[in-house]
Write a protein that binds this ligand. Structure first.
Ligand code: ADP
Ligand code: MG
Length: 395
């Protein structure tokens, strides 16, 4: 089934309604939203200081709320997939004291992390409701959209200096310190700075970025959620990060961004095979991302698609973060006429694939994927969307 993407206005109405229910008929005063994202190419390159090419999605997290006197915070999430309880109360600590993460519910730690790293005036008490259309844990970055939405919410209550890159970095720090996920900058960056009709080429070393038009009405970005989440031990991500650091230090570089394939080949005997494969993926993927941007600018979708498939194969064979369900979805997509390319997107081990295809092939592709996939996929026919923003209630 093509998953319908709810309009932001409908999410806002639901959030407002829920706020009234939770808080004795009270009405929220401010509303904001921040998008999830899909990464077109450049996977596992962000924490290696490389390039990534994501776009913001029309799937968003909405936060509505208002300030209250004192230091009491109440936050409710309407998302049933979040761990319980879905309503939390806590008291903000005195100025300058830390707001430590708690064992449960885990979701509230994203909110606490954002409060801790907020760059504006001291945060005061508030109550808020969260409603989201970004699937949780599906590789479309519901976590960054939650962080960035909350940061944007706090900006409405106590404005900071408005620096957008610093905002993304603060949200990334929130995920590091409070969710315990040593993520790169991509997700928060594109959730803050995404632009409608454009993908974002981000240099994760300098934090400079440029926009790449993605406006062709004959072209569609199809996101397919495999609906599998192989949590495994949860150690894969930190272990990949560690291997990349080890490879970089064997090469005498600060990061794999500074290394070439020649450097890596030369150092092959000085690292184990697995570390070599990890670094091989990263170094080539950084290059591939830049090649893909050039192809997109030329509207050479065939070349862009070939690079997507190469990226997938590299993630599967060298970086080893794919799984049979994602491989199946990619192979099936590539059987459809009018599909340019397809790959797993996000951290891996489940989650989503992203497929670039002709608009005229979407229906055919969805039917084929449904038929060929062993599980039950969800489809999102997406467009490159805007980053985080304040909303007005008369949407
Ligand atoms: P992804 O970012 O790919 O969706 P993560 O594992 O990084 O996956 O983040 C998912 C976690 O983020 C959820 O388990 C939950 O703790 C939190 N989260 C995201 N969105 C919401 C939401 N709307 N309400 C509550 N928690 C959320
Ligand atoms: Mg995440």
């Amino acid at each position: 089934m093509a998953g319908s993407i709810p309009a932001v206005a409908d999410l806002l109405a639901a959030a407002r309604f829920r706020f009234g229910q939770e808080f004795g008929g009270d009405a929220p005063q401010v509303a904001v939203c921040a998008p999830g994202r899909v990464n077109l190419i450049g996977e596992h390159t962000d924490y290696n200081q490389g390039f990534v090419l994501p776009m913001a999605l029309p799937l968003v997290t909405v936060v509505v709320g208002k300030q209250v006197p004192g230091l009491d915070v109440t936050v409710v999430t309407a998302t049933e997939d979040a761990d319980e309880p879905r309503r939390v109360d806590f008291v903000l600590p005195p100025l300058g004291s830390p707001l430590p993460p708690l064992e449960s519910p885990r979701w509230a730690n994203y909110v606490k992390g954002v409060i801790q790293h907020y760059r504006g005036p001291p945060v005061r008490g508030f109550k808020a409701v969260v409603v989201s259309s970004v699937p949780l844990g599906g590789g479309l970055s519901s976590s960054a959209s939650l962080e960035v939405a909350f940061y944007t919410f706090l900006q409405q209550l106590h404005p900071d200096d408005g620096d957008l890159v610093s905002k993304a970095v603060a949200c990334q720090q929130a995920e590091h310190s409070h969710a315990g996920v040593p993520c790169g900058i991509m997700d928060q960056f594109v959730s803050v700075l995404g632009q409608a009709g454009h993908a974002l080429l981000i240099d994760c070393r300098s934090l400079e970025f440029s926009t790449v038009p993605l406006l062709d009405p004959a072209l569609v970005v199809l996101v397919t959620d495999s609906n599998v989440k192989h949590r495994l031990t949860g150690s894969e991500y930190p272990s990949r990060r560690k291997q990349c650091q080890e490879a970089a230090s064997t090469l005498g570089r600060d990061s794999l961004r500074e290394a070439s394939m020649e450097d890596l080949q030369e150092a092959r005997s000085r690292m184990d095979d697995e570390t070599f494969r990890r670094a091989h993926h990263v170094i080539q993927e950084i290059r591939r991302t830049l090649d893909a941007v050039e192809a997109l600018k030329r509207r050479d979708y065939h070349q862009f698609g070939r690079l997507m498939v190469q990226s997938h194969e590299s993630l599967r064979d060298l970086y080893q973060v794919s799984c049979s369900e994602l491989d199946q979805l990619v192979s099936a997509a590539m059987e459809v006429e009018g599909v340019y390319g397809s790959r797993m997107t996000g951290g891996g081990f489940g989650g989503c694939t992203v497929t670039l295809l002709q608009a005229s092939a979407v229906h055919r592709a969805i039917l084929h994927l449904q038929e060929r996939y062993s599980g039950t996929p969800t489809f999102f026919v997406t467009t490159a969307s805007e980053g985080a923003r304040a909303l007005t209630f008369d949407l």
